[in-house]
Design a protein around this ligand. Structure first.
Ligand code: ZN
Length: 451
């Protein structure tokens, strides 16, 4: 089965959407040809008719929690949910796992833990914490695609925030690697002040939580990072932008020529504060989901290119940590898991705003691949690339139910929603890893290494 042809009337290539046949030799794409050029002999032909074929999606922001907190998620379940969602490459965040990925030894422990357990390919970001400046260049040499830091306490043991002073000690090392620094951009000052003022408020109201994490916290953090970017000349990436108030300054920074990129997430583009019910802590995340008007401005940011791409920030936890009985937004774990439904969530929202499947392929495959340094092999349907595909029934609707989630704990704010677009199959390097609800074969996912 080394020669295969994947045929569809709607193949999503970098040049647009068209009828085509993707010729695959073993793990790689050989050529993308017109349908009448499919060789009549030697190729196993998969004809998907009107179903679209997109490049396998790349998620550069996932919390797999393994090793160390595999009861929260784990390589088997995260990569299974990824395959079901059309993703063929995940990049794991350096926190929530134990040890956190802040040393080469921790990276090696992760490689051992992942062995033989992944249904899609993966890589791991390195962490920048208060005291590991001297590990940064060693982590780069050991193969991480870049680094992640927090400007505020991440709320989990094993990973510390960095102050401006600690960041200044780390940035010369980061700059020397040439790799991006991903930043959780909220500063503690505005959040601590707002939270203190809400001591007696009703924390089962979403509006209380929203007031406790004001736009100002994001705005001030992004201003700080832009000025440090100017000073230290490193590649800056803002993760999960939630506040549209920062868009104007980000746009100006790009015009100025700073090396800054920006992501947001499906939950900020789909949900809004006005519709989050009392006590519905499933929708808690940080930074928070803001107003409907803010959401529409984020869509404008995607439209004009200020926001480069969309990642899940898949961040699961055991259900008890969501404190659903109390519905307390102060004590519940912040994080939304969405690997298996992110593509339909995005298509539901994007298609009604006039966006197309090539827009989705850019936001959810080629641009995140670029950040993660795997863009010569992942994120596009083009010769030489890995034969990673999603077969997507873009006109069909479905209702989100627990059995469609596939991650460890089927907890989701989206249960019961009707979404547009069904992932029918996912291929990793020419092999089916998801097909009509099943996960054929052994886990063949492996670490993607630069170079
Ligand atoms: Zn995250």
């Amino acid at each position: 089965m080394s020669l295969q042809a994947f045929v569809s009337r709607r193949v999503v290539t970098p040049e647009g959407i068209r009828p085509a046949a993707i010729l695959v030799d073993a793990e790689r794409i050989q050529a993308v040809v017109s349908v009448d050029q499919v060789p009549t002999e030697g190729y196993e032909i998969h004809d998907f008719g009107d179903r679209a074929i997109l490049p396998g999606l790349v998620d550069s922001h996932v919390h797999i929690n393994d090793p160390g907190r595999a009861e929260w998620e784990g390589f088997e379940t995260a990569t299974r949910a990824a395959a079901a969602g059309g993703y063929t490459m995940l990049v794991d965040m350096p926190l929530n796992c134990l040890p956190a990925t802040t040393t080469v030894a921790a990276l090696e422990a992760k490689r051992v833990a992942a062995g033989g357990r992944c249904r899609v390919d993966w890589a791991a970001w390195g962490g920048v914490v208060h005291d590991n400046q001297n590990d940064i260049e060693a982590l780069a040499a050991a193969g991480v695609p870049g680094f992640k830091c927090f400007l505020i306490n991440p709320g989990i043991d094993g990973f510390t925030m960095v102050t401006e002073q600690q960041l200044r000690a780390a940035l010369p090392h980061v700059a020397r690697t040439g790799l991006p620094l991903l930043v959780h951009a909220e500063l503690p000052g505005p959040i601590d002040r707002a939270t203190d003022a809400l001591a007696d408020a009703d924390w089962s109201c979403y509006s209380t939580y929203l007031q406790s994490r004001p736009d100002q916290a994001e705005l001030e953090a992004i201003r700080l990072m832009l000025s440090l970017c100017r000073e230290y000349n490193f590649r800056l990436h803002i993760v999960h932008l939630s506040s549209s108030m920062a868009l104007a300054e980000l746009r100006a920074a790009r015009l100025e020529g700073l090396a800054v990129s920006v992501e947001t997430c499906p939950h900020y583009l789909h949900l809004s504060a006005e519709t989050i019910p009392h006590g519905a802590t499933l929708s808690k995340c940080a930074p928070p989901i803001r107003s409907r008007e803010n959401r529409e401005r984020l869509w404008e940011g995607l439209r004009d290119g200020t926001i480069d791409f969309v990642v899940t920030d898949h961040s699961p936890c055991p259900p008890a940590m969501k404190r659903l009985n109390e519905g307390n937004f102060r004590t519940a774990w912040g994080g939304i898991a969405s690997l298996s439904v992110a593509l339909p969530l995005m298509w539901t929202e994007a298609s009604r705003r006039g966006f197309t499947l090539p827009d989705l392929a850019r936001w959810m495959a080629s641009e995140p691949a670029r950040l993660a340094g795997c863009d010569s092999r992942k994120g596009k349907i083009a010769p030489g690339y890995d034969a990673d595909f999603v077969v997507f029934d873009s006109d069909r609707e479905f209702v989100v139910a627990e059995e469609r989630l596939h991650y460890r704990h089927p907890v989701s704010p989206y249960l019961g929603e009707t979404l547009r677009g069904v992932v029918r199959a996912t291929y990793l390097r020419g092999n089916p890893v998801f097909a009509d609800g099943n996960f054929p074969g052994e886990p063949i996912g492996r670490e993607y290494r630069r170079g």
